[in-house]
Design a protein. Structure first.
Length: 175
């Protein structure tokens, strides 16, 4: 029996055909897994979900933060859900992280400053500065800064993802 006849008998032919199928399957699987790892996933509000505070609001302690004294009108109007702030922000009062009020305002073009007020204690904490708005939820510790950048090619402006660290009361940027 010569080499080609021995190599391609029935048992070897079945083995060879199956190996070709396995190699194609593994190649497709490796491309699929490789493409999934290259996808940049942004943090989601569901990842940082928290329960909502049901108690009585504490009075804001404006002296607890330098911005509290400087921007007391916008902070208190957002905290107490005044009509002008509801129209501008859409959401006021308990609107962030389970027991915080997220208040922000313009400070130039394009510039926005923000703070959070703890509804349990009234203490005011710094929040990330932005340029083109914020996106946040009452039941999540995630804040998206600059969620809708209005121009393509605006150099220096990117969408940023920040999460409130409950222990330090500081925001941590997610990458």
């Amino acid at each position: 029996m010569s080499w080609p006849e021995f190599y391609f008998n029935n048992a070897n032919l079945v083995f060879y055909t199956r190996m070709k199928i396995y190699i194609k399957y593994l190649t497709c699987l490796s491309f699929l897994l490789l493409s999934m790892t290259n996808v940049t996933r942004h943090p989601s509000f569901k990842q940082y979900r928290v329960g909502l505070f049901k108690g009585h609001k504490a009075k804001p302690i404006l002296k607890s933060n330098r911005l509290g004294e400087m921007f007391k009108t916008v902070i208190t109007h957002t905290y107490y859900s005044k009509d002008d702030m509801r129209q501008w922000h859409g959401t006021t009062g308990l609107n962030f992280g389970g027991h915080y009020c997220f208040a922000y305002w313009g400070c130039g073009s394009p510039c926005q400053m923000a703070v959070i007020v703890d509804l349990k204690t009234g203490i005011i904490y710094d929040a990330p500065a932005g340029s083109f708005g914020y996106e946040f939820r009452a039941n999540s510790r995630l804040v998206v800064v600059n969620p809708d950048i209005p121009c393509t090619g605006c150099s220096g402006f990117t969408t940023e993802y920040w999460v409130l660290d409950e222990l330090s009361q500081k925001f941590v940027q997610m990458h």
